[in-house]
Design a protein around this ligand. Structure first.
Ligand code: ADP
Ligand code: MG
Length: 352
């Protein structure tokens, strides 16, 4: 990685005790880094542990072990009030557009809240800053007095993004931030995220179950499966030469031409099977679904470590599948999603 690591996550574990002696190993030894101005896409089926990683990074969940360093500071050792200071530079946008915003408050109050919490500016300066932030996300001053119930999902996510940007963060964690939006609105918001990243020199930890949106936005990709990262590397390399049989199975579900249609059609096919699969106590956790390793002794007995196979490209697999690359042959990555105007005005037409 060429940029200095802004966020460095090392070997984090988070297990949940779910009663009757059962434990869910939601995050089971995860390491990754995000460089300044970079976007890491964390992708995987539902239940693979992505949100638990997000919550751990944001200090909303306390990890069992491992370290999370942000701007050189180990967050795992910080107390709640110490974390508050960090949250000025490390902010978040979550999935449910209206649920993550206080329904009773106006847009003006919602976007100003982080400024008030961190004691930034007086009332007049905050109002000016809120107007500026709304303009950045393509919303005019007429939105100041509105409440979440009076706005569309896309408009709510723009407000959530304005709030996330208020304190001038260096990293924004986006957990399924576009997943509940209609496809055309999703495209607009993705393009907005790109624009805001360029304008504000932001890094994103972009979490999604949807490979097509990850492919659109990210510079680095990490594929998560049942609490582990099973493959990681630069976007172009992972998408053109996937190594892990699980990544192959995800990618086979992607139509390569149109990412908006891809988003509609993609189903992370092995998801349901994998969730129902009994816990693999030893060996590779993907092996019972794996076309390659199902009958291999080493896959039954040895849990593969995530290790570099090519430069910058790592996989946790005893039999990385270099040759199957043809399956996902070089589909071009579009510069912009259809149905939106990346360079132009991102303002939504109200009620469309
Ligand atoms: P993802 O975001 O990838 O869908 P999550 O991180 O939400 O995955 O969940 C990973 C696993 O941890 C799932 O099996 C989920 O049921 C479990 N889990 C998450 N949070 C809790 C919790 N608070 N208590 C018990 N189990 C949890
Ligand atoms: Mg989640």
């Amino acid at each position: 990685m060429s940029t200095a690591a802004l966020l460095q996550v090392d070997g984090i574990h988070k297990h949940f005790d779910v009663g009757h002696g059962a434990v869910v190993r939601a995050v089971d030894g995860v390491s990754f880094s995000v460089g300044a101005g970079e976007t890491l896409g964390l992708v995987g089926e539902s239940g693979s542990g992505k949100s638990t990683v997000a919550h751990s990074v944001l200090g909303l969940t306390k990890v069992d072990s491992g370290t999370i360093e942000f701007e050189g500071l180990d967050l795992t050792g910080l107390r709640r009030n110490e974390l508050r200071g960090v949250r000025r530079s490390l902010t978040a946008v979550f999935q449910d557009p209206s649920g993550s915003l206080n329904r009773r408050r106006t847009v003006a109050a919602i976007v100003a809240a982080p400024l008030v919490a961190h004691g930034i500016g007086d009332r007049k300066a905050r109002r000016a800053r809120v107007l500026e932030l709304l303009e950045h996300v393509g919303l005019g001053p007429e939105f100041l007095g509105r409440r979440p119930s009076e706005m569309s999902g896309g408009q709510c996510q723009r407000v959530a993004m304005a709030r996330a940007l208020a304190t001038g963060p260096s990293l924004v964690v986006l957990d399924e931030a576009v997943s509940s939006l209609d496809v055309s609105i999703q495209a607009q918001v993705l393009n907005l995220l790109r624009k805001l990243q360029r304008e504000n020199d932001l890094a994103y930890l972009f979490i999604s179950h949807d490979l097509a949106v990850v492919r659109f936005l990210c510079t680095q990709v990490a594929v998560m499966y049942r609490g582990r990262i099973v493959e990681t590397g630069p976007r172009e390399i992972v998408f053109s030469r996937p190594l892990h049989p699980y990544t192959h199975s995800l990618m086979r579900a992607i139509p390569l031409v149109d990412p908006v249609r891809a988003r509609e059609q993609i189903s992370v096919t092995p998801a349901r099977d994998a969730i129902d699969m009994p816990t693999v106590e030893v060996g590779c956790r993907f092996r019972t679904l794996c076309p390659v390793g199902r009958d291999q002794e080493i896959c039954r007995t040895v849990d593969p470590e995530l290790k570099p196979i090519e430069r910058d490209h790592a996989a946790a697999c005893h039999f990385p599948q270099v040759d199957e690359a043809a399956v996902v042959a070089a589909g071009s990555i579009p510069a912009s999603l259809p149905g939106s105007d990346d360079a132009g005005d991102n303002r939504l037409v109200p009620d469309v």
